[in-house]
Write a protein that binds this ligand. Structure first.
Ligand code: GLN
Length: 398
C-alpha cells in the first residue's frame, strides 16, 4: 500500500489513487493499478482461486468489473497463452478488476509480464486495498451494482461527475453486448489444448465431424476442446444467417458464450438458432448459447440478483445422477417454469436451484449454463464435448 511520509516525519493519510463509485452513492476508496481513467460497468464477484487472466479476458465479462474474492492475485503473472479472447490484443473482457491486496509480482516459468503491466497494456483499470469481503457481502445482499471504477495517479477525482456517470449507465439488463465482441469474419480453428512440455497442439486430420461454432464472444478453450474432440471447427460471426451456416454443411452447430442480456439477441441470433433446430441440425450451447437456445424454443431468461461467477459451483447432471464441480460466469438464467414440454431440464445448480442445462426431447440439441471448458476451473464437465460428438455421430448414422 502506498503511504506518503509527510515533511514533518509523521505519517500522512494514504493517497487514494483509485475509487469505486457505486450508483447508490457509496464510494469505496482504494489504490489504482493498471490502466488509468474511468470505466462504467456492473460489479460482480468471482470466487475462483486461480485463473485471473482467463477470467479477465473472458469476453462474457464485457461491461463488467470483477471483484476477486481470493485475496492474492498476480503470483503467476500474465502470458499470451492464458488469454481467452480470440483476439490476443487489447479487446473484449472485463473493464475493471478489484483486488484486496496489492498485485503480487510473478513467480512462474510461464510468466511473460507482471500482471500490473498487463492490465495497463489491456486497458483494464485495477483497484486494490479494497475490503472485497464487504463488497461481496453488499452484492449478495443488494445485487450487482452499476458503478464507475476510476484510477488517477495524482489522487484527484471529480466524484460528482463519476457518480453522475455511474447513475447514467443503463445497466446490463436490456443491453446487447454481443456486437462489441467476437469475430466479424469466418475463420477456421485447429488448435488443441495446452500440455506441459509441448504447449498447444494441432488437431490431426481427418476430422470426424464438421462443427460450425457461432461466435457471440467465444472463449479459446471451447474451440480447443471442440478440436480436441476431433472436430473440424469453422467459426462463424454472430450475425451469420441460417442459410450461410447450412451452406458450410455442418454435422453440428455450437452456440458460444457471450456477454450481455440474452433476450436482446432475439432479433438476429435466436431466429437463426430456431431455424437450425427446426432443420434437426445437432446443436450444443454453452452459457449465452444455452440461454439463446432456451429462448429459441420459447422459454424466458431473467436477470439474477447476484449471478454465478466462480470455479467451485456444484451442478447436478440428471442424466447420470452425478454432481460436477464447475466453472460459472453468468448474470442471467433460464426460468425453468417457462420451458416448453419438449425441453427437459438436465442440469441444476446445487447452490441456488437455478437451471443449468436443457435437452430437447424431439431434436438433437442440448445446452448448459455452466462452462465445461473451465479455463479456469475444474474439468469435471469436459464430458459434455463427448456428449456433443456422440450426438452428432447418432444424427449422422440416422
Ligand atoms: N458466460 C456467458 O456466456 C454469460 C451469458 C450472459 N451474458 C449472462 O451473463 O448470463
Amino acid at each position: 500500500m502506498s503511504v506518503d511520509q509527510d515533511k514533518a516525519g509523521g505519517w500522512a493519510a494514504p493517497l487514494h489513487t483509485g475509487l469505486l463509485v457505486l450508483a447508490s452513492g457509496e464510494i469505496v476508496k482504494g489504490f489504482g493499478v493498471g490502466a488509468t481513467g474511468a470505466a462504467t460497468g456492473e460489479v460482480c464477484f468471482n470466487t475462483a482461486m486461480t485463473g485471473y487472466e482467463e477470467i479477465l479476458t473472458d469476453p462474457s465479462y464485457s461491461g463488467q468489473i470483477v471483484t476477486f474474492t481470493f485475496p492474492h492475485v498476480g503470483n503467476v503473472g500474465a502470458n499470451d497463452e492464458d488469454i481467452e479472447t480470440v483476439d490476443l490484443g487489447k479487446s473484449a473482457g472485463a473493464l475493471g478488476a478489484i483486488f484486496a491486496a496489492p498485485v503480487t509480482g510473478p513467480s512462474s516459468h510461464r510468466a511473460q509480464q507482471h500482471l500490473a503491466d498487463w492490465l495497463v497494456a489491456r486497458g483494464v483499470i485495477g483497484l486494490y486495498g479494497i475490503d472485497t469481503r464487504a463488497l461481496t457481502a453488499l452484492i449478495r445482499e443488494k445485487g450487482m451494482p452499476n458503478a464507475v471504477v476510476a484510477h488517477s495517479p495524482d489522487g484527484k477525482f471529480d466524484v460528482e461527475a463519476l457518480l453522475a456517470q455511474a447513475r447514467a449507465w443503463p445497466g446490463i439488463d436490456g443491453m446487447d453486448l454481443v456486437p462489441g465482441v467476437g469475430t466479424k469474419e469466418r475463420y477456421d480453428w485447429s488448435q488443441t489444448c495446452w500440455r506441459l512440455g509441448s504447449g498447444f497442439g494441432e488437431r490431426r486430420a481427418p476430422a470426424k465431424f464438421r462443427v460450425v461454432a457461432i461466435d457471440y464472444g467465444v472463449k479459446r478453450n471451447i474451440l480447443r476442446l471442440l478440436a480436441e474432440a476431433g472436430c473440424e471447427v469453422l467459426v462463424a460471426p454472430a450475425t451469420a444467417s441460417a442459410r450461410e451456416i447450412l451452406a458450410l454443411e455442418p454435422d453440428g452447430v455450437f452456440l458460444s458464450n457471450g456477454p450481455g442480456d440474452p433476450a436482446e439477441t432475439g432479433k438476429y441470433a435466436v431466429p437463426v438458432i430456431r431455424e437450425l433446430l427446426e432443420r434437426r441440425v445437432p446443436v450444443f450451447g454453452i452459457c449465452l448459447g444455452h440461454q439463446m437456445m432456451a429462448l429459441a424454443v420459447g422459454a424466458k431468461t431473467e436477470k439474477m440478483p447476484q449471478g454465478h461467477h466462480g470455479a467451485n459451483h456444484p451442478v447436478k447432471d440428471f442424466t447420470t445422477g452425478k454432481v460436477e464441480i464447475v466453472s460459472m460466469n453468468h448474470g442471467f438464467a433460464v426460468n425453468r417454469e417457462t420451458l416448453p414440454a419438449n425441453a427437459k431440464e438436465t442440469h441444476r445448480s446445487l447452490f441456488d436451484g437455478s437451471n443449468c442445462g436443457i435437452a430437447l426431447t424431439d431434436r438433437p440439441a442440448f445446452s448448459v449454463q455452466h462452462h465445461p471448458e473451465a479455463s479456469p476451473g475444474p474439468q469435471d464437465s469436459h464430458y459434455l464435448f463427448t456428449r456433443f460428438v456422440d450426438m452428432m455421430a447418432k444424427a449422422k448414422a440416422a
